[in-house]
Design a binder for this molecule. Structure first.
Ligand SMILES: *Cc1c(COP(=O)(O)O)cnc(C)c1O
Length: 526
C-alpha cells in the first residue's frame, strides 16, 4: 500500500484488504475523498483579483519581511468544495439524532437563526456607543429577566462564554465573597464522584483543593456523606441536579442547608437544567450560583467548540461580586457598567471576557423562550424526561440499566450486558457510526463501569426514537449472539476506518509537514 507523506493510503485500487469496494478516486459516490487543504495548495491560485499595490517606500529601516508564510493558495471554488466536503463528513443535529448524554443536543429552531441575523442584532459592534445599541442592551436585560424568573434567583452574570466558563465565574464570585468575609482560609471544594470533569478542574484552577464525595449505591449523593466532609475550611459544594447519572438528587435541599449551616456556598452545575426548566426553581433548592448552558437548555447551537453561552444566576449573597460589565437601567435608557468605580456598592471580582458575552446566542435563547412561553418551557422538561424514559424502558431488557427505577432526561446503561461477548463499549459505539448515529456519551459518568449515557431530548419524535431503539436492540442482540468481528471491524462505512486510538493518543501527528520534492517524485513513479 502506497502511503502519502502523512501516512494516508494513496494507492488507486478497486477492492481494499477488508473487501470493500474502493474507487480510483477514493470517492464513494457523493462522499468525496478529501485531502488536507495544505496538500491542495496550488501556488499562484487566488480567490480575488486585486490591483497591484502602489509601491511605497519601506519604513522598516532595512528589515524585510520573510517571503511566504506557507499558507495554501487556492481558487474560490476549491476552497468552497473543500469545506463543504469536510462539513458533509460530520454528524450534525440537522442530519441525524444525536443521543450524546449530558450535552442536550436538541434541534436549533430556524426562527432563532432568523432573529439572530436581523441587521439590528447581527451588524452591531460591541464598541458602539451605548445610545446606538439600546435595543441590544434591552434584549440582554430581558433575557436576564427571564433567566432570573425561571430560576427564582435575584441576579445573573451574562458574560460567561460556556458552561465551564460559568463555573469559573461562579467559583470566582464565591472566592471573592469569602475574601470579603475575611474567610480566605476556606479553600476546600466538595465535588461528588459523578461530577462532570469541568467541576474539579474549575475548582483547582481557582486555587481550591478538591475533596471527592463518594456516590451511593443508588447513584445519588447523600446528605450524610456531605455532612461527613463539612468543616470550617469548606468553600462550597459543586452539585449537579439532575445529576450526570440522569437522576434527581432528592436530598438536595438538606444538602444545601447543611452546607450553608457550615458557612459554605452551593454551586449547582446547571447543565442538566433542561430536565427541570419551568418545573423547579433552583432558588427554592438553596442554590447560590448556577450556570445555564444556553446551548443546551435554550437550543442555541453547539459545535466547533462554540460559541456557547453560560450565564450564571447568583443568590443575594453572591450578586455583589458578579463580573463586569453589566446592564443597568440608567437615566436615559439602558446603560452598561464597565468599571468597578461605577458599580456603586457592588464589588465585581473583575472581568471575564472582553465584551458582554455571546450576543448572537442571547438573541437565539430569547427567541426560543418567547416562542415557547411559560407553558411551553414546562412541556420541554416533561417531554425530555418522557423521551428518556421511553428509551430506558425500551432497552432495559437487552442492555443493562445502571440504576433501578425511572430516570430524568437521560438514560444510563453500563457494559454488563456485553460481559463475555468480547465487545467493548467502544466497539459498540463504532458500530453505531456505521448505522448512521453519533454514539451516545461513552465511559462517563465514571461511577458505573463502561457507561453508555443516552439523552434523546424532547425534540425527537416517537418515530425517530423507535428507529434508534430498534438499532440499539439490533446491535445489542448481535453482540450477545457473539458476532464479535462485526464490532471489531467497525466503522466500515466511514471515510476512515477504525483508528489506532492508542497510537493517536500517544503519538499524535499534529503538524503537517510539506513533503520533500523527492518524495513526491518517488510516489508518482510507484
Ligand atoms: C456540558 C457540561 C458542562 C460544561 O459545559 P460547557 O458549556 O461544555 O463548557 C459541565 N457540566 C455538565 C454536567 C455538562 O453536561
Amino acid at each position: 500500500m502506497a502511503m502519502n507523506s502523512q501516512g494516508r493510503d494513496s494507492t488507486p485500487h478497486s477492492v481494499s484488504v477488508t473487501g470493500d469496494v474502493v474507487t480510483f478516486t477514493g470517492n464513494k459516490a457523493l462522499q468525496q475523498e478529501e485531502a488536507l487543504i495544505f496538500e491542495l495548495d496550488n501556488p499562484g491560485a487566488v480567490g480575488v483579483d486585486l490591483p497591484e499595490p502602489v509601491t511605497t517606500k519601506t519604513r522598516l529601516g532595512g528589515l524585510s519581511p520573510r517571503p511566504g508564510v506557507g499558507l495554501p493558495q487556492l481558487a474560490e471554488p476549491d476552497v468552497v468544495r473543500h469545506y463543504t466536503r469536510l462539513s458533509q463528513k460530520n454528524f450534525a443535529i440537522d442530519t441525524t439524532m444525536y443521543p450524546l448524554g449530558s450535552c442536550t443536543m436538541k434541534h436549533n429552531p430556524r426562527l432563532n437563526e432568523k432573529m439572530a441575523r436581523l441587521p439590528g442584532f447581527g451588524d452591531i459592534h460591541p464598541m458602539q456607543p451605548v445610545e446606538t445599541v439600546q435595543g441590544a442592551l434591552e434584549l440582554i436585560d430581558q433575557l436576564a429577566y427571564w433567566l432570573k424568573t425561571l430560576t427564582g434567583m435575584p441576579a445573573v452574570a451574562m458574560s460567561p462564554g460556556a458552561g465551564a466558563h460559568g463555573e469559573l465565574c461562579g467559583l470566582m464570585a464565591i472566592h471573592a465573597a469569602l475574601d470579603a468575609r475575611g474567610e480566605s482560609h476556606r479553600r476546600r471544594v466538595l465535588v461528588p464522584e459523578s461530577a462532570h470533569g469541568t467541576n474539579p478542574a474549575t475548582a483547582a484552577f481557582c486555587g481550591f483543593t478538591v475533596d471527592t464525595i463518594p456516590a451511593e449505591e443508588n447513584g445519588r449523593v447523600s446528605v450524610e456523606a456531605v455532612k461527613a466532609k463539612l468543616g470550617d475550611d469548606v468553600a462550597c459544594i459543586m452539585l449537579t441536579n439532575p445529576n450526570t447519572c440522569g437522576l434527581f438528587e432528592p436530598q438536595i435541599k438538606e444538602i444545601a442547608d447543611a452546607v450553608h449551616a457550615a458557612g459554605g456556598y452551593f454551586y449547582c452545575d446547571g447543565a442538566n437544567y433542561n430536565a427541570i426548566v419551568g418545573r423547579v426553581r433552583p432558588a427554592d433548592l438553596g442554590v447560590d450560583a448556577m450556570h445555564i448552558n444556553l446551548h443546551k437548555t435554550f437550543s442555541t447551537p453547539h459545535g466547533g467548540g462554540g460559541p456557547g453561552s453560560g450565564p450564571v444566576v447568583l443568590s443575594e449573597a453572591l450578586a455583589p461580586f458578579a463580573p463586569l460589565p453589566f446592564v443597568v437601567h440608567g437615566k436615559d435608557g439602558f446603560d452598561l457598567i464597565e468599571h468597578a468605580k461605577d458599580a456603586g456598592k457592588a464589588q465585581p471580582f473583575g472581568r471575564l471576557k472582553g465584551f458582554h458575552g455571546q450576543m448572537g446566542m442571547f438573541v437565539r435563547a430569547l427567541a426560543y423562550m418567547l416562542s415557547h412561553g411559560a407553558d411551553g418551557l414546562r412541556q420541554v422538561a416533561s417531554d425530555a424526561v418522557l423521551n428518556a424514559n421511553y428509551v430506558l424502558a425500551s432497552l432495559k431488557d437487552v442492555m443493562s440499566a445502571s440504576f433501578e427505577g425511572p430516570c430524568m432526561h437521560e438514560a444510563l446503561f453500563d457494559d454488563r450486558f456485553l460481559k463475555g461477548t468480547g465487545v467493548t463499549p467502544l466497539d459498540f459505539a463504532k458500530a453505531m457510526i456505521d448505522e448512521g448515529y453519533h454514539p451516545m456519551t461513552m465511559y462517563f459518568p465514571l461511577v458505573v463501569h463502561g457507561a453508555l449515557l443516552i439523552e434523546p431530548t424532547e425534540t425527537e419524535s416517537k418515530r425517530t426514537l423507535d428507529q434508534f431503539i430498534g438499532t440499539m436492540r439490533h446491535l445489542a442482540q448481535k453482540a450477545i449472539a457473539g458476532d464479535l468481528a462485526h464490532f471489531q471491524a467497525a466503522p466500515r462505512l466511514t471515510p476512515r476506518k477504525r483508528l489506532d486510538e492508542t497510537q493517536a493518543a500517544r503519538k499524535p501527528v499534529l503538524r503537517w509537514v510539506k513533503p520533500a520534492p523527492q518524495a513526491v517524485v518517488a510516489q508518482a513513479a510507484e
